[in-house]
Design a protein around this ligand. Structure first.
Ligand code: PLP
Length: 404
C-alpha cells in the first residue's frame, strides 16, 4: 500500500464524490475544451439572488458583521427562521430547537452523524437525493432503500414503509417535492405514512423541505411535523434559502426539531465549521423576512419550462416522462432505449450508457437515474433557460433517432 493510500481512513472508501457536482464539472470541462455542450445537470436556480438580499449582505459587510457568530446561528437569524416556520408551516419552534448551518446539507450531515451508530438503519425512499446515502454510510449506518415506482407517482406507499421498518430503524428520510422525481406528497398522503410511524416511538423523521416553494399546478405544500402533530417531537424539519431564493452559493440552511438533537448537532458543528457565514446569515434574514412575491413568479417560469420539456420528451419514441409536481427536475424513463444500438455499434444496456451517448453524440449533459437509486431513468434539470432546454430536447430527439 502506498503511503497516501495508508493515510486515507477506511470510512472514506464507503462514500463517493457527489455525482451531480462531478457531472457539472465534466460539462464545464468539455465546454472549456471548446465542445458545444448543453449542460442540464445542475441543481440550482439559474435566476440571480434578488437585489434586496444582496443589499442586506452589502450592509452586513459595511457594518462589520464579519466576526464569528454563535455556532448554531445568530439570534436574529433564528428569529427569522422562527417567523418562517410559523408563517408558512404553522410550526412553532423555540430558538433552542433551531440550528442554522452552512447549507441544509450541513444540517442533514450533523443530524445523521450525531445519531446514527454502526448498523443503525435509515429508510430512504428511491429515487433519492444522493447525499443521504453517503451521509448514512459515513456515519456507519445502513441505508434501507425502498423503490417508489413511477406508477405510484414515485411516492412511498404506507405498506412499503411498514415492511421496511425493523428494530434497527432510526430514521426515515422524506423529501417532498423530491429531487430527482418532483413527487410531491399531499397532506393526506403524508398522513398515511405518519400513521405507520406512530406505533414506533424510536423512529425519527427527516423532512427535507428544501424544494417547498417549487410546487406546481396549485398544489399545497405539506410537511410532516405539521401534518401529524404527534410526530412533531420526532421530526427534524430541514430547509434553507438555496433553492427558493436562488442562494446556493451563499451556503445557508437550517433545521428545527427536538432540543437534545439540535444541541448535539450544534456541538458537532461547533467542532467543524464553527458557524455559518455571518454575511450569509444577514442575507438570509432579508430573504426570509423580505418580499416573497418573486418566488411565485419564478415558480410559474419553472412550471412553464417543465411543461415544454415534458411535452418534447414524450414526443421522442423510446422516452416517456411523467409530469413532476414540484422541484426543478424532470425524470424520464429511458426503458425504451435499452437494448438499442448506437451508430458506433454499441448496445445501450443501462441508463449510464444512455446518458454517455447523449453527452458524446448529442452534446447534452444529464444524469443517469442509477445515481438516484432508480433505473432506467435520467434526470434533466429545468434550471436552465427555455432556449437551452428546447435545444437540449431537440438534440436528444435527434440522437435517439440515430439509434438502431
Ligand atoms: N436536499 C435536497 C433534496 C437537495 O437537492 C439539496 C441540494 O441539491 C439539498 C438538500 C442541499 O441544499 P443546500 O445545502 O444548498 O441547502
Amino acid at each position: 500500500m502506498s503511503t497516501t493510500a495508508a493515510l486515507i481512513a477506511q470510512r472514506m472508501h464507503r462514500i463517493k464524490p457527489s455525482p451531480s457536482s462531478a457531472a457539472s464539472a465534466r460539462v464545464r470541462e468539455l465546454q472549456a475544451q471548446g465542445r458545444d455542450i448543453v449542460g442540464l445537470t445542475t441543481g440550482e436556480p439559474d435566476f440571480p439572488t434578488p437585489d434586496h438580499i444582496k443589499q442586506a449582505a452589502v450592509h452586513a459587510l459595511a457594518t462589520d458583521q464579519t466576526r464569528y457568530t454563535n455556532p448554531d446561528g445568530t439570534a436574529q437569524m433564528k428569529a427569522a427562521v422562527q417567523l418562517k416556520f410559523r408563517r408558512e408551516n404553522g410550526l412553532d419552534y423555540a430558538p433552542d430547537q433551531i440550528i442554522v448551518s452552512t447549507g441544509s446539507k450541513q444540517s442533514l450531515f450533523n443530524a445523521l452523524l450525531a445519531t446514527v451508530e454502526d448498523g443503525d438503519e435509515v429508510i430512504i425512499p428511491a429515487p433519492y437525493w444522493v447525499s443521504y446515502i453517503d451521509m448514512v454510510l459515513l456515519a456507519g449506518g445502513r441505508p434501507v432503500v425502498v423503490s417508489c415506482l413511477e406508477e405510484h407517482g414515485f411516492k412511498l406507499q404506507a405498506e412499503q414503509l411498514a415492511r421496511a421498518i425493523t428494530p434497527r430503524t432510526k430514521w426515515v428520510v422524506f423529501c417532498s417535492p423530491n429531487n430527482p422525481s418532483g413527487a410531491t406528497y399531499s397532506a393526506a398522503e403524508m398522513k398515511a405514512l405518519a400513521q405507520v410511524l406512530l406505533p414506533h416511538p424510536k423512529i425519527h423523521v427527516v423532512s427535507d423541505d428544501i424544494y417547498e416553494h417549487l410546487i406546481y399546478d396549485g398544489r399545497s405544500f405539506a410537511t410532516m411535523a405539521q401534518v401529524e402533530p404527534a410526530l412533531y417531537d420526532r421530526t427534524l424539519t430541514v430547509n434553507g434559502v438555496s433553492k427558493a431564493y436562488a442562494m446556493t452559493g451563499w451556503r445557508l440552511g437550517y433545521a428545527a426539531g427536538p432540543k437534545a438533537l439540535i444541541r448535539n448537532m450544534a456541538k458537532l458543528q461547533s467542532q467543524s465549521t464553527t458557524n455559518p457565514s455571518s454575511i450569509s446569515q444577514a442575507a438570509a434574514i432579508a430573504a426570509l423576512t423580505g418580499p416573497q412575491d418573486f418566488i411565485a413568479t419564478r415558480c410559474r417560469e419553472f412550471q412553464q419550462r417543465r411543461d415544454i420539456v415534458v411535452r418534447m420528451l414524450n414526443a421522442i419514441p423510446g422516452l416517456s416522462c411523467s409530469t413532476p409536481q414540484g422541484a426543478f427536475y424532470v425524470f424520464p424513463s429511458c426503458a425504451g432505449l435499452i437494448g438499442r444500438r448506437t451508430p458506433a455499434g454499441e448496445v445501450l444496456r443501462t441508463d449510464r450508457d444512455v446518458i454517455l451517448y447523449f453527452l458524446d453524440e448529442a452534446g447534452v449533459g444529464v444524469l443517469q437515474g442509477e445515481v438516484y437509486g432508480m433505473s432506467p431513468y435520467f434526470r434533466i434539470s429545468t434550471a436552465s433557460s427555455l432556449a437551452m432546454l428546447e435545444e437540449g430536447c431537440r438534440r436528444i430527439g435527434r440522437a435517439v433517432a440515430r439509434l438502431a
